[in-house]
Design a protein around this ligand. Structure first.
Ligand SMILES: [Zn+2]
Length: 172
């Protein structure tokens, strides 16, 4: 079975809607595991499902309380109890409003490690910063998106896409 056959089809989504207009749950099994996708507004759909790896994306957009039952992240993390030390939670988001950003608060509570990558040209370890992404512009001054590239903070040489991906694979 290939990956494409695992994807929900348009027909499958339509069928889910006709069964339950409020359905936000998608569950897929695959060799060696399963994945459950749930909207942050209905984390109770995770009830009875033990979770080892929890990935919460765009958390600054989550409701403070889901259906009056509390933080959707807290509710999801309760499902990890079975795995204890073997569980992992990934919270992801671009920070939004200072002082009200859930991801900023989570980062403040963390050990604040950062991911360093090594330049393939000069071996300088660095944080990948948006300011180092460069574009060419056309005659009208508009950015040509296809020319986007990362340039080393030290030697300023551009990284190819293969070099960028290789650097990300050996992140420290
Ligand atoms: Zn460099």
């Amino acid at each position: 079975m290939n990956a494409q056959s695992e994807r929900p089809t348009a027909m499958g989504q339509a069928e889910a809607k006709s069964r339950d207009a409020g359905a936000t749950l998608t569950h897929k099994r695959f060799p060696g595991g399963h994945i459950t996708l749930v909207g942050a507004n209905s984390p109770t759909n995770l009830a009875m499902r033990p979770i080892r790896l929890l990935v919460c994306d765009e958390i600054d957009k989550y409701p403070l309380s889901a259906g009056g039952e509390g933080s959707p992240i807290d509710l999801a993390e309760e499902r990890q109890a079975e795995f204890k030390a073997n569980s992992l939670t990934v919270l992801a988001c671009s920070p939004t409003v200072a002082g009200r950003s859930a991801i900023a608060a989570s980062y403040e509570e963390s050990d604040q490690r950062k991911a360093f990558v090594c330049c393939p040209h000069c071996s300088t370890w660095q944080l990948m910063e948006w300011e180092q992404v460069r574009f060419d512009k056309d005659d009208d001054g508009k950015i040509i998106a296809s020319t986007a590239r990362y340039e080393c903070v030290s030697c300023e040489r551009p990284w190819s896409e293969a070099q960028r991906l290789a650097a990300l694979r050996r992140i420290e």
